[in-house]
Design a protein around this ligand. Structure first.
Ligand code: TYD
Ligand code: MG
Length: 454
C-alpha cells in the first residue's frame, strides 16, 4: 500500500499547498492552513463511471423545457428566498453562527413539508433522536412523515436515504458527517468537501432536495461553509444580532432564482415565525422627531423595506475620532462623512460618529447613502428630521445624488406606510406614477437634500 500523503489546506477557501504557510495565498487569511492526511490514490474523487452516463450533445431547441415543479413550504419568506420554493434534486447550504436558529428553521420547515405528505428525513449529527424529539415537542411538531435519525457516517446515511426514499433530507450539520474512506477528522476540509460532493450526487441522481447546515466558524479546527459555496446550488445565510429576536435569511447564491433576496423571521418561545410586514415592525420602536434619525426605503432583493438609520455625532474627547457602524459598512460611513466635510462644509473631523440600523438588519446597497448623510448632519447640527420623510439616494464623491434602481416600488412602500414626503434623486423623477398621499422631491446634491430634510 502506498504511503499516505499529507498536504496543507486552507480552512477558508480550500487552497492546497505541499507545505505549511502562515498566510493563505488563495484568500489572504492568516493561520488558516491545516494539515490534512490524504488517502493514497483512490476512486473516491471525481466522477466514477457509475455516475457518468453516456450522453450526446443536443441542440438547445431540441431540449425539452419543463417548468420544474417546486415544493412550497408554509413559509412564504423561505419560498421567496429560494426563488419560489424548493427545487427537487437541489443541494442547499444553510450557513450561520452557532445558536442563530438553523436547526429550528429546518426542523419547522421539515414539519411543514411532512404536513404536505412528503417524506422528510432529518439527520442530526449534533443531537440525539431524543433531543430532537424534545425540540420538536417544544415546537409543537408531531407529524407522521417526519423521520429523524442521529447518524454521522456518510455510508449509513446513504443507506437510510435509500431505504426511506424521502423527498427532502436535512443534514445537521455537514461538519459532523464523515466518510470512513477519508482519513481526516470530521469537519476537516477534505471531509466536508468529500461529503458535500457525495450529497450533491445523491441529490442529483435521486432527485432529492438536500439541505445541509454549515456552522460559520471564526476560528477553531472546523472548515467553514464558504469553502462549499461553489459546490452547492444555493447558499442561504441565516443571520441576526444575538440580542435581537429578528433573523434574516439571505440568499447569497441561487442557481434557481435571484440572490440578495431576504426573508425576515422572528425567534419566539414557540420557534420561528415569519415576518410578512418587516417595515412596520422595524419602524415600530422609532423615535420620532429626534435628531439623527431618518428612514430609508431600501430594496433587499425584490422587496422594499423601510428601515430607520440612526446617527449620533459627539465631539471627540481625546485621540482619534471614532467611527462605529452596526448594520452598515463603516468605510462607507467614513466616506460619506468626508463628502459632508468637503462638499457641505460640516466640520466633522473632530467628532465621533456612531451609526446604527434599527432592528438588527444589515443594509448593503448604495441607495441608503443619502439617508446616512442626512442622519449624520441632523445629529451634528442637532436639528430633527421630519418623521414623515423618507430619504433615498446614492451619494457620489462630488456630493452629487445619483439615481437608484426601482424607485417606484420604494415609493409605493413608503406611501403604504403613511410617509408624506420622499426625498429622492432628481434623475429618478418622471416615467412612473407617484402614488396618492406622498409628495416626491427630487434633489441633485447632498446640500440640496439637507435643505429640504432639516
Ligand atoms: P438552534 O436552532 O439550535 O440554532 P443553530 O442550529 O443555528 O445552532 O437555535 C438555538 C437558539 O434558539 C437557542 O438560543 C434557543 C432559541 N430558541 C427559541 O428561542 N425558541 C425556540 O422555540 C427554539 C427551538 C429555540
Ligand atoms: Mg443546530
Amino acid at each position: 500500500m502506498a504511503k499516505a500523503k499529507s498536504i496543507f489546506m486552507c480552512q477558508e477557501c480550500g487552497y492546497e499547498s505541499p507545505k505549511w504557510m502562515g498566510r493563505c495565498p488563495g484568500c489572504g487569511e492568516w493561520n488558516k492552513m491545516v494539515e490534512e492526511v490524504l488517502k493514497p490514490a483512490g476512486p473516491t474523487r471525481g466522477l466514477t463511471s457509475e455516475t457518468k452516463s453516456a450522453q450526446k450533445p443536443q441542440s438547445i431547441i431540441e431540449v425539452k423545457s419543463e417548468a420544474e415543479a417546486r415544493i412550497h413550504t408554509h413559509y412564504s419568506e423561505l419560498n421567496r428566498v429560494l426563488g419560489g420554493g424548493i427545487v427537487p434534486g437541489s443541494l442547499i447550504l444553510v450557513g450561520g453562527d452557532p445558536g442563530i436558529g438553523k436547526s429550528t428553521l429546518l426542523l419547522q420547515t421539515s414539519a411543514q413539508l411532512a404536513d404536505l405528505k412528503l417524506k422528510v428525513l432529518y439527520i442530526s449529527g449534533e443531537e440525539s433522536v431524543k433531543q430532537t424529539k424534545l425540540r420538536a415537542d417544544r415546537l409543537n411538531i408531531a407529524v407522521e412523515d417526519l423521520f429523524v435519525l442521529a447518524e454521522t457516517d456518510l455510508a449509513l446515511i446513504e443507506k437510510a436515504v435509500d431505504e426511506l426514499q424521502p423527498a427532502v433530507v436535512i443534514i445537521d450539520s455537514i461538519q459532523t458527517v464523515y466518510r470512513s474512506e477519508v482519513t481526516s477528522a470530521p469537519g476537516s476540509v477534505s471531509q466536508v468537501r468529500e461529503c458535500t460532493g457525495h450529497f450533491m450526487r445523491i441529490a442529483k441522481t435521486k432527485g432529492i432536495a438536500i439541505f445541509i447546515v454549515g456552522h460559520v466558524t471564526k476560528e477553531g479546527s472546523i472548515a467553514g461553509p464558504r469553502l462549499l459555496e461553489h459546490m452547492v446550488d444555493a447558499v442561504l445565510y441565516f443571520e441576526g444580532e444575538r440580542h435581537h429576536t429578528f433573523r434574516i435569511l439571505r440568499a447569497v447564491k441561487n442557481r434557481f432564482g435571484s440572490t440578495n433576496e431576504i426573508g425576515v423571521f422572528e425567534m419566539k418561545e414557540m420557534g420561528l415565525t415569519e415576518v410578512l410586514n418587516p417595515s412596520e415592525i422595524f419602524l415600530e420602536e422609532r423615535s420620532k422627531g429626534m435628531a439623527g434619525s431618518t428612514v430609508v426605503a431600501s430594496l433587499e432583493g425584490t422587496r422594499p423595506m423601510l428601515v430607520e438609520i440612526q446617527a449620533l455625532i459627539t465631539p471627540t474627547s481625546f485621540g482619534n475620532p471614532r467611527r462605529m457602524a452596526t448594520g452598515i459598512d463603516h468605510n462607507r460611513v467614513s466616506l460619506l462623512m468626508a463628502v459632508l466635510e468637503k462638499r457641505v462644509g460640516l466640520l466633522l473631523q473632530n467628532q465621533d460618529a456612531y451609526l446604527n440600523v434599527a432592528g438588527g438588519v444589515r443594509l448593503d446597497e448604495p441607495a441608503i447613502d443619502l439617508a446616512i448623510t442626512v442622519s449624520v448632519a441632523s445629529s451634528f447640527r442637532d436639528v430633527p428630521t421630519r418623521p414623515t420623510d423618507c430619504i433615498i439616494g446614492e451619494v457620489g464623491l462630488t456630493g452629487e445624488v445619483r439615481r437608484v434602481s426601482r424607485i417606484e416600488q420604494r415609493i409605493h412602500e413608503a406611501a403604504k406606510l403613511g410617509f408624506e414626503r420622499a426625498i429622492i434623486p432628481d434623475k429618478n423623477l418622471g416615467g412612473w406614477t407617484v402614488p396618492k398621499g406622498i409628495k416626491v422631491i427630487g434633489v441633485s446634491t447632498v446640500e440640496e437634500a439637507l435643505q429640504f430634510a432639516l
